[in-house]
Design a binder for this molecule. Structure first.
Ligand code: CTP
Length: 408
C-alpha cells in the first residue's frame, strides 16, 4: 500500500499558499485492508475513507468512465492494480493532478508543475468533459488565481465551450452549481469567474439574464463605463475589494438585471428597470436554490438601489417606506447589507471608484432616527392593534422629518 497527497494540497503547497484540506490517494490496497486498518468508509458511491485519527479523506486509486448524463452517471473501477498515473489522468486540471509522497517527491505525469510556472489552467485529458461541473470549477480557479497571473489555456476554454453548447450544463443539480458559484463569488476576483463563464458561452446557459447585460448601454453621464455588463463586473469587483459577504456579492451580480429587458429604442435610459428586473432575479434565485438570505437581499437591492443613491433627495415619507420595506427595526443587518450593495454599485463605475458615498451614513442615520421612536409612551396613551401601528408610523415620520431638517 502506497499513500500520496493529491490535488489541491500539492498545488497550493507549490504555489506557496496555505493548505487547509488534504486529500490522499491510496495505491495498491483493497477496501478490506483499509477497514482492517481502522479507516471509516464514506458513503456508498466511491471507495473513499476517513482516517481514524485525522479525519482526512483517503480514496483508493480509481479509474472512472462516464455512463450517463449528469453527476450520477459514472462507473468507476477501484482495485489494487490501478496505478497512480491512471488515477491522476481522470482529474480536471494538470495543476490538480499532481501527487506527492511523504518525502515530498512529486509525481507529475501531466506536467502540472510546468503549467503552474506558466500560470495556465489546462485540462489533463479529454476525460475533463465527463463532468460538466468542471466548467464552473475552472472559472472559479481562474477567479482565485487571477492575481497570480493565471489564465485558462485556449484549448481548455474551447473544451469548456463545447461542453456549454452541448446542453451538458443543464444536467447539473442546483446544489452543485450553487456551491461553485457561491465559492467563486467569495474569491478575490469574482468578476473573473463571470468573465470566464462568458468567454466559454456558459454564462448564457447558466445565467442568460446576466449575459444579456453585455452590450446594453447606460447614460455616460452617470456611467462612464457605459456597458451594463462591464458595470456589473466592476460592482462585483468592488464588493470583493471591500470584503463584502456573499449576500452582498450576490445582490451586486443581480442588481441591474432589469436593464437587459429595456427595448433598444429606449437605450441608454432604463425606465423602471428596478421593478422590471425582479422577476429575473427571482428566476435566477430559484434556478440555483439560492439560500434565503441571498435571495431576499438580491430582490430588495434590485428593487430599491436607486432609492439608496437618491437617499438625500427622498421625501421623509419615501424614506419611511424604504425603512419599512426593509423592516430595519427587526432586521438592522439586512439594511446594512443593502447600504453596502448600493455603495458598491456607485463605486463600480469607471473613474468613480474612490468617490465618497454620503448616502451610506445618511441612510444609517435615518434608520437610527426611525428606530428611536419608543412604543411604550404610545401604549400608555391607549393605542392598540392597527391604531398602534399607525401611531408608530406617524411618530417615525416625525422623527425622519426632524432628521432631514436638522441636516439641511
Ligand atoms: N476533482 C476533479 N474534478 C472534480 C472535482 C475534483 O478532477 N469535479 C479532483 C481534482 O484533482 C481536485 C481534487 O479532486 O484537485 C480534490 O477536489 P476538491 O477538494 O473539490 O478541490 P481542490 O482541488 O482541493 O480545490 P479547493 O482548494 O477549491 O478545495
Amino acid at each position: 500500500m502506497r499513500i500520496y497527497k493529491v490535488g489541491g494540497a500539492v498545488r497550493d503547497r507549490l504555489l506557496g499558499k496555505p493548505v487547509t484540506d488534504i486529500d490522499w490517494v491510496v495505491v495498491g490496497a483493497t477496501t478490506e485492508e483499509m477497514l482492517a486498518k481502522g479507516f471509516r468508509p464514506v458513503g456508498a458511491d466511491f471507495p473513499v475513507f476517513l482516517h481514524p485519527k485525522s479525519g482526512e479523506e483517503y480514496a483508493l486509486a480509481r479509474t472512472e468512465r462516464k455512463s450517463g448524463r449528469g453527476y450520477g452517471g459514472f462507473t468507476f473501477h477501484a482495485s489494487p492494480e490501478v496505478t497512480l498515473e491512471e488515477d491522476l489522468i481522470r482529474r480536471d486540471l494538470t495543476i490538480n493532478a499532481m501527487a506527492e509522497d511523504d518525502q515530498q517527491n512529486l509525481t507529475d505525469p501531466y506536467h502540472g508543475q510546468r503549467d503552474l510556472d506558466a500560470r495556465l489552467l489546462r485540462h489533463v485529458s479529454p476525460a475533463f468533459a465527463e463532468d460538466p461541473l468542471r466548467v464552473l470549477r475552472v472559472a472559479r480557479f481562474a477567479a482565485r488565481y487571477a492575481a497570480l497571473g493565471f489564465t485558462v489555456a485556449p484549448e481548455t476554454l474551447e473544451l469548456m465551450r463545447q461542453l456549454s453548447v452541448s446542453g451538458e450544463l443543464e444536467a447539473l443539480t442546483p446544489e452543485r452549481s450553487w456551491k461553485e458559484i457561491s465559492r467563486a463569488l467569495m474569491e478575490d476576483q469574482p468578476q473573473v469567474f463571470v468573465e470566464v463563464l462568458r468567454a466559454c458561452d456558459a454564462l448564457k446557459v447558466l445565467m442568460p439574464e446576466v449575459d444579456a447585460l453585455f452590450g446594453v448601454p447606460q447614460p455616460a453621464t452617470h456611467h462612464p463605463e457605459i456597458d451594463t455588463g462591464a458595470h456589473t463586473l466592476s460592482v462585483l469587483q468592488q464588493a470583493a475589494i471591500h470584503k463584502q459577504p456573499l449576500t452582498v456579492r450576490w445582490a451586486c451580480l443581480l442588481h441591474d438585471l432589469g436593464k437587459g429587458l429595456t427595448p433598444e429604442e429606449q437605450w441608454p435610459q432604463h425606465i423602471a428597470h428596478e421593478f422590471k428586473g425582479l422577476k429575473l432575479i427571482k428566476a435566477v434565485n430559484e434556478r440555483f436554490k439560492v439560500p434565503r438570505d441571498c435571495q431576499e437581499l438580491a430582490l430588495l437591492v434590485g428593487e430599491y438601489h436607486t432609492h439608496g443613491h437618491r437617499a438625500l433627495e427622498l421625501k421623509p415619507s419615501t424614506l419611511l417606506e424604504l425603512l419599512q420595506s426593509f423592516d430595519v427595526y427587526r432586521r438592522p443587518q439586512r439594511f446594512e447589507e443593502f447600504i453596502a450593495a448600493c455603495e458598491m454599485d456607485a463605486r463600480g463605475r469607471k473613474g468613480l471608484e474612490e468617490k465618497s458615498y454620503p448616502q451610506a451614513d445618511y441612510l444609517r442615520g435615518a434608520a437610527t432616527a426611525a428606530r428611536s421612536v419608543a412604543v411604550q409612551p404610545l401604549l400608555e396613551k391607549g393605542f392598540k392593534g392597527p391604531e398602534l401601528g399607525e401611531a408608530i408610523k406617524r411618530e417615525r415620520l416625525k422623527a425622519l422629518k426632524a432628521y432631514k431638517a436638522a441636516l439641511s
